[in-house]
Design a protein. Sequence first.
Length: 191
Amino acid sequence: MPGPILEVSDDTDDLVLRTVERDDAAFVQRAFADPYARCALHVGTHKSEAEVETFIEEEVEDDGNAAYIACVDAEDAPFDHPDAAETTAVAFLYVRHVDHDQPTVVCWVPPEHRGAGHAGPALELGLDALWRVSDVHTVGASVVSVDEFTRDLVSAVGFTEEARNREAQFVDGAYRDEIHYGLLRTEWEAQ
């Protein structure tokens, strides 16, 4: 289960960002089973739960990266480690290279939570945290062209399409374009 609360949404009373714990490997593994999320994570194939535990240990827990589990908490959920009845994981946010000038963000939402209104606020909350604690000028995101959910999500929070690599990703049996988006700190602050 996710760990302590790191961020609380001003827009929705129940949406929080919690730390990613090694026990969250089963939830995060689902992102590695999604072919579109794998492309954004720069991983070619799915991963076993044990491999995801290693990913959490080596990548998520690395100071150069940031990761969050976006959760919808019950009214009485504790600040620290909730149990399964007290919170529901609705998204995984991963920011690579927060120690560089242009980190990249991945926001994966399980299919059962798409359309529930949590994806945009979760990504916005993660970006708020990133801008507040990291001295980065811009944030990037890479999306497979046929992944309309994620394309709409990053556009809705203010990302701008900056480049397109034609037929750069092999997904679902076909070569797909990879679209690169960017969001400047000044653009975020102007919203």
